[in-house]
Each structure stands twice: as structure tokens, then as C-alpha cells.
Write a protein that binds this ligand. Structure first.
Ligand code: FA5
Ligand code: MG
Length: 436
């Protein structure tokens, strides 16, 4: 429970994003920093790690029946992002603390699934891939940034088109997926009570769509991680894992618009890496798109964390830097290992405050937002280091630790003090707090 006192925020009457004007309202929470990110389109740059990874995957699936969409702009309707996919009205992802709203009915997509309807309707091939920038209000640290990239795939089969040959068509399409030597741990049945098949599909349809989906994703991750192994070997590494087949495991997952649903994890340098969510598309998503008597699958993979591994990039914010020392290291179609340039020292400052009651606690994402606005990419991390409620007065105290660190220069103490002062001023102006 947090309360933003919106009268104290200066929100323009009109927001311009990607050349379009939008009327703002009490839901608007897009800041100039975030607005700036919507113009970058890193996934379209052929010599940026995100763009290189995107092309690598697209090349693997070229000729296998997919259309590639890369130009969808980040502003979508609340309906497309949530309602069309069956998100319940009280889903936490809809909160203003989690999502960037342009206004009540318009927002910055939080995932590429916002385009499932559009892609399924407009694509003339059996399947599609879409890559795009997505936005979530989130913490800031080495692996979290309020903007990141997803690639989503979808594929459908029309019962009207294949009639009683649908099963053999599915088997034929499964056989067409190139084989890999990947080791797959998959101990779950095609569906179970906790991860059910849909009533409109037969057991056999569910099983075969699931197999096609899993084999497709296995091909994708095998391609990407084998490419990473090749480049590590070229760079002279002789670690044993480089000569072993890739190992993955499947487990059940949940998404409002797929059932059954799964997640794939990849065993990489001694750890299971969460890579991608997926499932058999719910009938309602297809019928909402005007597509009847059709079955299919969808998956969504985060590109940034995978690119960090492939290119040896230690901090997700480096993707957004304008520093030439970063960009000159990467080239079209090539996975290379990032060579860190000098790091500049960080400066720690704490901000601590009282609120009258637990109900008026400042939401961590709102604090992050203020910090990000005042200091942008000069923030290495923000952490809640202490919180307690006074047993007698009920007052609540929070202490946040901010690490100021630039990726391209030394920060002076005076500069950090100014930033810290403006953050304190903004927190004081926007929340019912007593700074300590
Ligand atoms: C989704 O976003 C679903 N749309 C995926 C999907 C598509 C499921 C189609 C079913 C069918 P999720 O929130 O788990 O799911 O995010 C997918 C991936 O995005 C994660 O596995 C992770 O790799 C990446 N990701 C999520 N949050 C962040 C973040 N803050 N920074 C970087 N990557 C992130
Ligand atoms: Mg997840």
C-alpha cells in the first residue's frame, strides 16, 4: 500500500512516444528516462549484442515456416497486454507499481505476448517470431533494468485445413524439426491435473503440439548455446563443458493464456538457467483473434540475460550505454567476448525515513523510479537494507542504500551530494515521510 501524491508530480497533458501523441491521466507514470528508452530499438541494431542474438536465432528458423516481426512499437492497449490474454482484473502485473502506463487504457507492453492476437491474425505463414523491447517497473541491479528484450514465437494448425489428417500433419511437422544432440530431462506427462489440457483439444493433439513446441525451443537454445561454446573455444578456453552436449530440463509452469504450460532451464557453467516460458495457446486467445477451430503453441524468451552470458557482459545496463568502448567491440553475426574497460569507483549513500503507518509504506518500485529519474544510469544499485515498525507508535522506518557509480567516468563527491539531495527533496515532496 503506497500513496503517490500525484498533484505534486508534474505530468504533461500530452506525452509523445514514437512520434504519436497520447493524452495523460491519473494513470500516467512514464518518466522522461523511460520515454527516452522507447526510441533506442537495440534489437534492430545488427552490431549490438541484442541484435546479433536476434539475427542468430532468426537465421536458424529461416525457411521453417515463420514470419519475423521486429517493428512493433512499445505502446499497446491495456486490452492487448492483459485482457486479451485472460489476465485476471486483480493480477499484480497490472498495478501502477509494476507497469508503465501512458494512460488508463494504454501502456508500454510488459511482454511480447501483447502482440499474439495481432501476429496470429496477420501472419500468412504457419508461425511467427517477434522481437521487441519490453518494459517493467523493477529493481535496478546488474541483471535488472526497467527495459529489456523478448523474443516470442507462435505456431498454429487449423483443423478445418487438415481435417482427419491433422495428426499426421503434426507428426510430419515434428519430423521436419532439425535434430540436435541435446540431453533433455523431461519427467512430466504431456499434461496433468495441475497443468491441464484444454477441453477443446484431444489428448493426442495436446501431446503432439507440446512435442512440436518443446523440440522447437530445444533447437533454439541448442543453437544459441552451441554458438556460445564455439566462441569460447575460439577465444582459447579449454573447459570440459565446451565439449559436452547441452543439457536442459522441462518443468510445468503457469500463464493465463496457455495450458498446459512449461518452462525450460538450461544447464550452463554449473547452474540451471531459467530461459523461457511457453505453452499450448488457450482457445480464447485464438477466438479473440477471429481464428476458429485451430490449435497451437507460443513461447517467450528473454534476450538480455542470454546475451549477457554469450557475450560475457557483466552488467545489463551496458547494453544501453552510448560509450564507444562498448559498441566498437561487437560486429554483425559474431559472438565475441566483452573486454571490460576500466571501472570507476562507487559511492554509497543511505536514505532513511519514517512513515506514519505500515499502510503508507513507500513501494520499493516507486523509490527506484525517483532514484532513476534523478540520477539515471549513475545508479549501480538500490537496496532496502533496513525496515522496522515501532511497536508502540506503529510508525514504519525504511532505509535504502544507493550505490552511485558511472560506467564511463569518476563521480565527484559534490555531484553525488547534489543527486542525493534532489532524491531526498523528491521523496519528501511525493510521500508522507519524515526523512531521518
Ligand atoms: C513472459 O513474459 C511471458 N510472456 C512468456 C510466455 C510467452 C509464456 C508465450 C507463454 C507463452 P516471464 O515474465 O517469465 O514470461 O518472462 C520471460 C523471460 O523474460 C524470463 O524467462 C526472463 O528471461 C526474461 N525477464 C523477465 N524479467 C526480466 C527483467 N527484469 N530483466 C531481464 N529479463 C527479464
Ligand atoms: Mg518466469
Amino acid at each position: 500500500g503506497c500513496r503517490l501524491i500525484s498533484t505534486k508530480q508534474s505530468i504533461p497533458a500530452v506525452l509523445t512516444i514514437n512520434g504519436k501523441d497520447y493524452k495523460t491521466d491519473s494513470w500516467t507514470n512514464i518518466t522522461p528516462t523511460i520515454q527516452g528508452l522507447t526510441e533506442r530499438s537495440l534489437h534492430l541494431s545488427e552490431s549490438h549484442p541484442i541484435g546479433i542474438l536476434r539475427s542468430l536465432i532468426e537465421e536458424r528458423f529461416n525457411g521453417l515456416g515463420y514470419t519475423f516481426y521486429n517493428d512493433f512499437k512499445p505502446v499497446v492497449s491495456t486490452y492487448e497486454n492483459f485482457d486479451s490474454l485472460g489476465f485476471p482484473i486483480d493480477h499484480p502485473g497490472r498495478a501502477k507499481t509494476d507497469t508503465y502506463y501512458v494512460n488508463e487504457t494504454t501502456l508500454l507492453r510488459t511482454h511480447t505476448s501483447a502482440h499474439e492476437r495481432e501476429c496470429f491474425t496477420s501472419c500468412t505463414t504457419p508461425g511467427y517470431f517477434i522481437s521487441a523491447d519490453v518494459y517493467r517497473k523493477d529493481e535496478i541491479d546488474r541483471t535488472h533494468y526497467p527495459a529489456f528484450h523478448q523474443m516470442e514465437g507462435g505456431r498454429i494448425w487449423s483443423r478445418d485445413e487438415y481435417g482427419d489428417k491433422l495428426e499426421s500433419k503434426l507428426l510430419e511437422d515434428i519430423a521436419k524439426i532439425p535434430q540436435t544432440d541435446i540431453i533433455v530431462e523431461d519427467s512430466h506427462p504431456p499434461f496433468e491435473d495441475s497443468n491441464p489440457k484444454q477441453d477443446y483439444m484431444t489428448d493426442r493433439e495436446t501431446e503432439l503440439v507440446g512435442i512440436h513446441l518443446k523440440k522447437t525451443i530445444e533447437l533454439l537454445v541448442n543453437e544459441v548455446f552451441n554458438e556460445a561454446k564455439k566462441s569460447a573455444k575460439l577465444a582459447g578456453s579449454e573447459e570440459p563443458y565446451l565439449n559436452e552436449p547441452l543439457k536442459v530440463r522441462w518443468s510445468p509452469d503457469y500463464f493465463p493464456w496457455t495450458s498446459p504450460s512449461w518452462e525450460i532451464e538450461v544447464w550452463w557453467k554449473g547452474e540451471w538457467l531459467e530461459c523461457c516460458g511457453c505453452g499450448v495457446v488457450r482457445e480464447q486467445v485464438l477466438t479473440n483473434s477471429g481464428i476458429k477451430n485451430t490449435i497451437g503453441w507460443a513461447f517467450g524468451i528473454g534476450l538480455d540475460r542470454v546475451a549477457m552470458l554469450l557475450f560475457g557482459i557483466p552488467d545489463i545496463r551496458l547494453f544501453w550505454t552510448l560509450d564507444e568502448r562498448f559498441h566498437k567491440q561487437f560486429h554483425n553475426g559474431k559472438i565475441s567476448t566483452f573486454k571490460p574497460y576500466s571501472k570507476y569507483p562507487g559511492t554509497i549513500r543511505d536514505i532513511a525515513f519514517w512513515v506514519p503507518s505500515v499502510e503508507e509504506k513507500v513501494h520499493i518500485n516507486d523509490l527506484m523510479e525517483i532514484v532513476r529519474n534523478e540520477a539515471g544510469d549513475l545508479i549501480e544499485s538500490v537496496k532496502l537494507v533496513d525496515e522496522f515498525t515501532h511497536p508502540k507508535t506503529g510508525r514504519n522506518s525504511q532505509c535504502y542504500r544507493i550505490n552511485y557509480q558511472s560506467m564511463d567516468r569518476n563521480l565527484t563527491n559534490e555531484e553525488v551530494n547534489l543527486l542525493q539531495d534532489s532524491i531526498r527533496d523528491t521523496v519528501r515532496a511525493q510521500f508522507n515521510v519524515e526523512l531521518r
